[in-house]
Ligand binder design. Sequence first.
Ligand SMILES: NC(=O)c1ccc[n+]([C@@H]2O[C@H](COP(=O)([O-])OP(=O)(O)OC[C@H]3O[C@@H](n4cnc5c(N)ncnc54)[C@H](OP(=O)(O)O)[C@@H]3O)[C@@H](O)[C@H]2O)c1
Length: 272
Amino acid sequence: MPTYVITGVSKGLGWEFLNQLSSDSSNTVIGLVRNKPATEKRVAEELSGRTNITILHGDLVDYSSLEKAAADTAAITGGSIDYLIANAAQVTEYDAYRSIDSLATDPGELTKQFRSQMETNVLANIYLYHLFMPLILEGKIKKVVFISSGMGDLELTRNFNIDVTPVYSTTKAAMNMINAKFSARYKKEGVLFLSICPGMVDVGKFSEVTAEQGARLGETVGKFKMYAPDWQGPDTPPSSVKAVLSVVNQCSLENGDSGAFLSHYGDKQWLK
Ligand SMILES: NC(=O)c1ccc[n+]([C@@H]2O[C@H](COP(=O)([O-])OP(=O)(O)OC[C@H]3O[C@@H](n4cnc5c(N)ncnc54)[C@H](OP(=O)(O)O)[C@@H]3O)[C@@H](O)[C@H]2O)c1
Protein backbone atom coordinates (compact mmCIF):
# COMPACT_ATOMS: atom_id res chain seq x y z
CA MET A 1 0.00 0.00 0.00
CA PRO A 2 2.37 2.75 -1.16
CA THR A 3 1.81 6.31 0.03
CA TYR A 4 2.52 9.30 -2.23
CA VAL A 5 2.78 13.02 -1.47
CA ILE A 6 2.69 15.28 -4.53
CA THR A 7 2.94 19.08 -4.60
CA GLY A 8 0.95 21.26 -7.00
CA VAL A 9 -1.89 18.87 -7.87
CA SER A 10 -4.37 21.62 -8.76
CA LYS A 11 -3.69 21.41 -12.51
CA GLY A 12 -1.25 20.41 -15.25
CA LEU A 13 1.12 17.53 -14.60
CA GLY A 14 0.40 17.54 -10.85
CA TRP A 15 -3.29 16.84 -11.50
CA GLU A 16 -2.34 13.97 -13.80
CA PHE A 17 0.01 12.47 -11.16
CA LEU A 18 -2.93 12.63 -8.74
CA ASN A 19 -5.24 11.02 -11.32
CA GLN A 20 -2.93 8.17 -12.36
CA LEU A 21 -1.65 7.30 -8.88
CA SER A 22 -5.09 7.36 -7.26
CA SER A 23 -6.53 5.12 -10.00
CA ASP A 24 -4.96 2.24 -8.04
CA SER A 25 -7.10 2.00 -4.92
CA SER A 26 -4.26 0.39 -2.97
CA ASN A 27 -2.28 3.66 -3.18
CA THR A 28 -2.76 6.45 -0.64
CA VAL A 29 -2.32 9.77 -2.44
CA ILE A 30 -1.92 13.11 -0.68
CA GLY A 31 -1.89 16.24 -2.83
CA LEU A 32 -0.65 19.64 -1.66
CA VAL A 33 -2.19 22.78 -3.18
CA ARG A 34 -2.54 26.48 -2.55
CA ASN A 35 -6.31 26.53 -3.02
CA LYS A 36 -7.65 23.51 -1.16
CA PRO A 37 -11.42 24.08 -1.68
CA ALA A 38 -11.00 24.51 -5.46
CA THR A 39 -9.01 21.28 -5.83
CA GLU A 40 -11.35 19.36 -3.52
CA LYS A 41 -14.21 20.51 -5.75
CA ARG A 42 -12.37 19.34 -8.88
CA VAL A 43 -11.63 15.96 -7.25
CA ALA A 44 -15.30 15.58 -6.29
CA GLU A 45 -16.37 16.41 -9.85
CA GLU A 46 -13.77 14.52 -11.88
CA LEU A 47 -12.44 11.78 -9.58
CA SER A 48 -15.47 11.08 -7.46
CA GLY A 49 -15.35 7.93 -5.36
CA ARG A 50 -11.54 7.98 -5.02
CA THR A 51 -11.45 7.67 -1.25
CA ASN A 52 -7.67 7.23 -1.35
CA ILE A 53 -7.15 10.95 -2.16
CA THR A 54 -6.55 13.64 0.48
CA ILE A 55 -5.97 17.27 -0.45
CA LEU A 56 -3.99 19.39 2.01
CA HIS A 57 -3.13 23.06 1.97
CA GLY A 58 0.53 23.60 1.09
CA ASP A 59 1.92 26.84 -0.28
CA LEU A 60 5.58 26.39 -1.13
CA VAL A 61 6.46 29.90 0.00
CA ASP A 62 4.69 29.57 3.35
CA TYR A 63 6.94 27.46 5.59
CA SER A 64 4.27 27.03 8.28
CA SER A 65 1.81 25.61 5.73
CA LEU A 66 4.39 22.99 4.66
CA GLU A 67 5.11 22.21 8.32
CA LYS A 68 1.39 21.69 8.95
CA ALA A 69 1.02 19.61 5.75
CA ALA A 70 3.84 17.31 6.95
CA ALA A 71 2.21 16.95 10.39
CA ASP A 72 -1.23 16.31 8.85
CA THR A 73 0.30 13.75 6.46
CA ALA A 74 1.93 11.93 9.38
CA ALA A 75 -1.42 11.82 11.17
CA ILE A 76 -3.10 10.30 8.07
CA THR A 77 -0.40 7.74 7.26
CA GLY A 78 0.83 6.85 10.73
CA GLY A 79 4.16 8.67 10.30
CA SER A 80 5.54 7.40 7.01
CA ILE A 81 5.35 8.00 3.26
CA ASP A 82 6.93 6.06 0.40
CA TYR A 83 7.21 8.70 -2.35
CA LEU A 84 7.54 12.49 -2.33
CA ILE A 85 7.00 14.11 -5.75
CA ALA A 86 8.12 17.76 -5.83
CA ASN A 87 6.12 18.82 -8.86
CA ALA A 88 4.90 22.34 -8.00
CA ALA A 89 6.78 25.25 -9.49
CA GLN A 90 6.40 28.82 -10.55
CA VAL A 91 6.16 28.47 -14.33
CA THR A 92 5.67 32.03 -15.49
CA GLU A 93 5.24 33.90 -18.70
CA TYR A 94 7.77 36.45 -17.45
CA ASP A 95 10.84 34.83 -18.99
CA ALA A 96 9.17 32.06 -21.04
CA TYR A 97 9.78 33.79 -24.38
CA ARG A 98 12.60 36.19 -23.50
CA SER A 99 16.40 36.11 -23.37
CA ILE A 100 18.67 37.43 -20.63
CA ASP A 101 19.53 40.76 -22.32
CA SER A 102 15.86 41.68 -22.62
CA LEU A 103 15.16 40.81 -18.96
CA ALA A 104 18.16 42.82 -17.73
CA THR A 105 16.80 46.04 -19.24
CA ASP A 106 14.46 46.20 -16.23
CA PRO A 107 16.65 45.36 -13.20
CA GLY A 108 13.88 46.01 -10.67
CA GLU A 109 11.57 43.48 -12.29
CA LEU A 110 14.36 40.96 -12.93
CA THR A 111 15.43 41.12 -9.27
CA LYS A 112 11.84 40.63 -8.13
CA GLN A 113 11.18 37.71 -10.50
CA PHE A 114 14.55 36.07 -9.88
CA ARG A 115 14.06 36.12 -6.10
CA SER A 116 10.49 34.88 -6.42
CA GLN A 117 11.33 31.97 -8.77
CA MET A 118 14.40 30.96 -6.73
CA GLU A 119 12.35 31.06 -3.53
CA THR A 120 9.48 28.97 -4.95
CA ASN A 121 11.37 26.55 -7.19
CA VAL A 122 14.50 25.98 -5.08
CA LEU A 123 14.48 27.21 -1.47
CA ALA A 124 10.92 26.04 -0.81
CA ASN A 125 11.75 22.55 -2.08
CA ILE A 126 14.66 22.40 0.39
CA TYR A 127 12.16 23.03 3.21
CA LEU A 128 9.67 20.59 1.65
CA TYR A 129 12.31 17.83 1.56
CA HIS A 130 13.53 18.64 5.06
CA LEU A 131 10.03 18.60 6.59
CA PHE A 132 8.96 15.37 4.87
CA MET A 133 12.29 13.54 5.37
CA PRO A 134 11.29 11.96 8.72
CA LEU A 135 8.26 10.43 6.96
CA ILE A 136 10.33 9.21 3.99
CA LEU A 137 12.86 7.63 6.36
CA GLU A 138 10.02 5.69 7.99
CA GLY A 139 8.67 4.59 4.57
CA LYS A 140 9.47 1.32 2.77
CA ILE A 141 10.23 2.62 -0.75
CA LYS A 142 12.07 5.88 0.13
CA LYS A 143 11.96 7.69 -3.24
CA VAL A 144 12.03 11.49 -3.63
CA VAL A 145 11.38 12.84 -7.13
CA PHE A 146 11.97 16.40 -8.30
CA ILE A 147 10.15 17.31 -11.53
CA SER A 148 12.94 19.11 -13.32
CA SER A 149 13.35 20.32 -16.90
CA GLY A 150 15.76 19.74 -19.75
CA MET A 151 15.81 23.56 -19.89
CA GLY A 152 18.11 23.27 -16.86
CA ASP A 153 20.62 21.23 -18.86
CA LEU A 154 23.85 23.08 -19.65
CA GLU A 155 24.69 21.00 -22.73
CA LEU A 156 21.28 21.48 -24.39
CA THR A 157 21.50 25.23 -23.73
CA ARG A 158 25.08 25.46 -25.03
CA ASN A 159 24.77 23.27 -28.08
CA PHE A 160 21.43 24.55 -29.36
CA ASN A 161 21.55 28.18 -28.16
CA ILE A 162 18.37 27.88 -26.08
CA ASP A 163 18.19 31.49 -24.89
CA VAL A 164 14.60 31.64 -23.53
CA THR A 165 13.54 30.99 -19.89
CA PRO A 166 16.86 32.10 -18.37
CA VAL A 167 15.50 32.47 -14.83
CA TYR A 168 13.29 29.36 -14.84
CA SER A 169 16.13 27.28 -16.34
CA THR A 170 18.49 28.54 -13.63
CA THR A 171 16.05 27.45 -10.89
CA LYS A 172 15.82 23.95 -12.41
CA ALA A 173 19.62 23.62 -12.69
CA ALA A 174 19.99 24.84 -9.09
CA MET A 175 17.40 22.38 -7.82
CA ASN A 176 19.09 19.51 -9.66
CA MET A 177 22.16 20.28 -7.54
CA ILE A 178 20.11 20.51 -4.33
CA ASN A 179 18.61 17.12 -5.21
CA ALA A 180 22.12 15.69 -5.59
CA LYS A 181 23.13 17.25 -2.24
CA PHE A 182 20.16 15.62 -0.48
CA SER A 183 21.14 12.39 -2.23
CA ALA A 184 24.70 12.68 -0.97
CA ARG A 185 23.36 13.16 2.56
CA TYR A 186 20.63 10.50 2.63
CA LYS A 187 21.90 7.74 0.30
CA LYS A 188 23.40 5.88 3.24
CA GLU A 189 19.93 5.81 4.80
CA GLY A 190 18.47 4.20 1.68
CA VAL A 191 16.74 7.24 0.12
CA LEU A 192 16.78 7.56 -3.69
CA PHE A 193 16.58 11.14 -5.04
CA LEU A 194 15.83 11.69 -8.74
CA SER A 195 15.46 14.78 -10.93
CA ILE A 196 13.24 13.90 -13.89
CA CYS A 197 12.32 16.05 -16.89
CA PRO A 198 8.77 15.25 -18.09
CA GLY A 199 9.48 16.35 -21.68
CA MET A 200 7.73 19.29 -23.31
CA VAL A 201 4.08 18.89 -22.30
CA ASP A 202 1.02 20.83 -23.40
CA VAL A 203 -0.76 21.83 -20.17
CA GLY A 204 -2.83 24.49 -21.90
CA LYS A 205 -0.34 27.35 -21.95
CA PHE A 206 0.60 27.30 -25.64
CA SER A 207 -2.89 28.32 -26.78
CA GLU A 208 -2.67 31.54 -24.75
CA VAL A 209 0.40 33.07 -26.43
CA THR A 210 0.51 36.41 -28.24
CA ALA A 211 1.78 36.61 -31.84
CA GLU A 212 5.22 37.79 -30.63
CA GLN A 213 5.42 35.00 -28.03
CA GLY A 214 4.25 32.51 -30.68
CA ALA A 215 7.15 33.52 -32.92
CA ARG A 216 9.67 32.99 -30.08
CA LEU A 217 8.03 29.66 -29.24
CA GLY A 218 8.30 28.61 -32.91
CA GLU A 219 12.00 29.52 -32.89
CA THR A 220 12.61 27.40 -29.78
CA VAL A 221 10.59 24.48 -31.17
CA GLY A 222 12.78 24.73 -34.32
CA LYS A 223 15.88 24.35 -32.12
CA PHE A 224 14.26 21.36 -30.36
CA LYS A 225 13.69 19.75 -33.78
CA MET A 226 17.36 20.20 -34.62
CA TYR A 227 18.18 18.52 -31.28
CA ALA A 228 15.67 15.68 -31.85
CA PRO A 229 14.77 15.46 -35.58
CA ASP A 230 12.10 12.77 -35.04
CA TRP A 231 10.37 14.67 -32.22
CA GLN A 232 6.64 15.08 -32.99
CA GLY A 233 5.90 18.09 -30.75
CA PRO A 234 4.58 18.51 -27.20
CA ASP A 235 3.42 15.48 -25.26
CA THR A 236 0.12 15.12 -23.38
CA PRO A 237 0.00 15.03 -19.56
CA PRO A 238 -1.23 11.38 -19.43
CA SER A 239 1.58 10.10 -21.65
CA SER A 240 4.28 12.21 -19.95
CA VAL A 241 3.23 11.26 -16.40
CA LYS A 242 3.05 7.57 -17.35
CA ALA A 243 6.61 7.78 -18.69
CA VAL A 244 7.91 9.67 -15.61
CA LEU A 245 6.35 7.10 -13.24
CA SER A 246 7.89 4.28 -15.24
CA VAL A 247 11.35 5.87 -14.78
CA VAL A 248 10.65 6.33 -11.05
CA ASN A 249 9.74 2.63 -10.75
CA GLN A 250 12.77 1.43 -12.71
CA CYS A 251 15.40 3.55 -10.93
CA SER A 252 17.09 2.32 -7.77
CA LEU A 253 20.06 2.96 -5.51
CA GLU A 254 21.36 -0.48 -6.56
CA ASN A 255 21.42 0.64 -10.22
CA GLY A 256 23.48 3.70 -9.30
CA ASP A 257 20.68 6.21 -9.95
CA SER A 258 21.09 8.24 -6.75
CA GLY A 259 20.86 11.98 -7.39
CA ALA A 260 20.57 11.49 -11.17
CA PHE A 261 19.05 14.00 -13.60
CA LEU A 262 17.14 11.96 -16.20
CA SER A 263 14.56 12.42 -18.93
CA HIS A 264 11.14 10.73 -19.00
CA TYR A 265 12.86 8.11 -21.20
CA GLY A 266 15.23 7.30 -18.31
CA ASP A 267 18.31 8.70 -20.07
CA LYS A 268 19.84 12.11 -20.85
CA GLN A 269 17.94 12.70 -24.10
CA TRP A 270 15.24 15.25 -23.22
CA LEU A 271 13.21 14.87 -26.45
CA LYS A 272 13.17 12.04 -29.01
N1 LIG B 1 4.70 21.42 -19.01
C1 LIG B 1 5.94 21.28 -19.43
O1 LIG B 1 6.23 21.30 -20.65
C2 LIG B 1 7.06 21.06 -18.44
C3 LIG B 1 8.34 20.78 -18.95
C4 LIG B 1 9.39 20.58 -18.07
C5 LIG B 1 9.15 20.64 -16.71
N2 LIG B 1 7.90 20.92 -16.22
C6 LIG B 1 7.72 20.97 -14.77
O2 LIG B 1 6.58 20.21 -14.41
C7 LIG B 1 6.03 20.73 -13.20
C8 LIG B 1 4.54 20.99 -13.39
O3 LIG B 1 4.40 21.98 -14.40
P1 LIG B 1 3.08 22.18 -15.26
O4 LIG B 1 3.49 22.22 -16.67
O5 LIG B 1 2.02 21.23 -14.81
O6 LIG B 1 2.72 23.70 -14.84
P2 LIG B 1 1.41 24.36 -14.23
O7 LIG B 1 0.21 23.88 -14.97
O8 LIG B 1 1.72 25.82 -14.20
O9 LIG B 1 1.33 23.80 -12.75
C9 LIG B 1 2.17 24.29 -11.74
C10 LIG B 1 1.65 23.80 -10.40
O10 LIG B 1 2.49 24.34 -9.36
C11 LIG B 1 1.65 24.97 -8.41
N3 LIG B 1 2.32 26.06 -7.70
C12 LIG B 1 2.87 27.18 -8.22
N4 LIG B 1 3.34 27.96 -7.24
C13 LIG B 1 3.09 27.31 -6.07
C14 LIG B 1 3.34 27.60 -4.73
N5 LIG B 1 3.91 28.75 -4.31
N6 LIG B 1 2.95 26.71 -3.79
C15 LIG B 1 2.34 25.56 -4.15
N7 LIG B 1 2.07 25.22 -5.41
C16 LIG B 1 2.44 26.10 -6.36
C17 LIG B 1 0.45 25.46 -9.19
O11 LIG B 1 -0.63 25.72 -8.31
P3 LIG B 1 -1.71 26.90 -8.51
O12 LIG B 1 -2.88 26.27 -9.21
O13 LIG B 1 -2.04 27.33 -7.12
O14 LIG B 1 -1.07 27.98 -9.33
C18 LIG B 1 0.22 24.26 -10.10
O15 LIG B 1 -0.46 23.25 -9.42
C19 LIG B 1 6.82 22.01 -12.89
O16 LIG B 1 7.83 21.71 -11.95
C20 LIG B 1 7.43 22.37 -14.23
O17 LIG B 1 8.61 23.12 -14.09
C21 LIG B 1 6.85 21.14 -17.07
